[in-house]
Design a protein around this ligand. Structure first.
Ligand code: E4P
Length: 217
């Protein structure tokens, strides 16, 4: 399972990279705004800064909602750095743009996926990744993990290469549940990733080992 971090915060990206377990980064316009990154020039520079920290794929989202606009923007994003993956919304023109980019060999991440039907379309359009938002479904009393299971079944039935990128991951158990279901990738906050480290018996055991060592030395 690949681990992506879902942030535009360079310190957190550096911290996750230093752990040695990071496979990529996802961003979106809201995450950029949260870091105070505004204006096209600054946003493009920020993507390059992120690419220079991590070794894996970095999703950069288009703002246009029409086919021509998405193609123009996506091509400019892809030209920024070889690690850039063009993130496209799951709308009609987005599906067309996804097909266009996949035929050109440009990596894509179809975002804002909330149903198995949308996931099927993204795969048919040749998406590299497709992002079901599990936390946002949970927020409205709908089982986000069930969506991941449905998509896994459909993709396995037909051998689609599109990778299931579980997004809107909010906490550590989401990561574990996605891993059990077989999501190819998860993207989440650093706190959810670091939650995997924690177990009280590890802390108690380590304290005891160190105390015993100190007693004998
Ligand atoms: C995914 O690519 C999105 O950036 C993200 O996971 C959305 O998460 P949120 O629902 O916590 O905003």
């Amino acid at each position: 399972m690949k681990f992506f971090i879902d942030t535009a915060n360079l310190d957190q990206i550096r911290e996750a990279q230093a752990l040695g377990i990071l496979d990529g980064v996802t961003t979106n316009p809201s995450l950029m705004a949260k870091e105070g990154i505004t204006g096209q020039k600054n946003i493009l520079k920020h993507y390059v800064d992120i690419c220079n920290i991590v070794e894996g794929d970095v999703s950069a989202e288009v703002i246009s909602t029409d086919f021509e606009g998405m193609i123009k923007e996506g091509e400019a994003l892809a030209a920024l750095h070889p690690q850039i993956v063009v993130k496209i919304p799951m709308i009609k023109d987005g599906v067309k743009a996804c097909k266009y980019f996949s035929e050109k060999g440009i990596k894509t991440n179809v975002t804002l996926i909330f149903s198995a039907g949308q996931a099927l379309l993204a795969a048919k359009a040749g998406a590299t990744y497709m992002s079901p938002f599990i936390g946002r479904l949970d927020d409205i009393s709908t089982d986000g993990l069930n969506l991941i299971s449905e998509i896994r079944l459909i993709y396995d039935n037909y051998g689609f290469d599109t990778q299931i990128l579980a997004a809107s991951v909010r906490h550590t158990m989401h990561i574990m549940d996605c891993a059990k279901i077989g999501a190819d990738v998860m993207t989440g906050p650093l706190s959810a990733i670091e939650g995997l480290l924690k177990h009280p018996l590890t802390d108690i055991g380590l304290a005891k080992f160190l105390a015993d060592y100190n007693e004998g030395n």
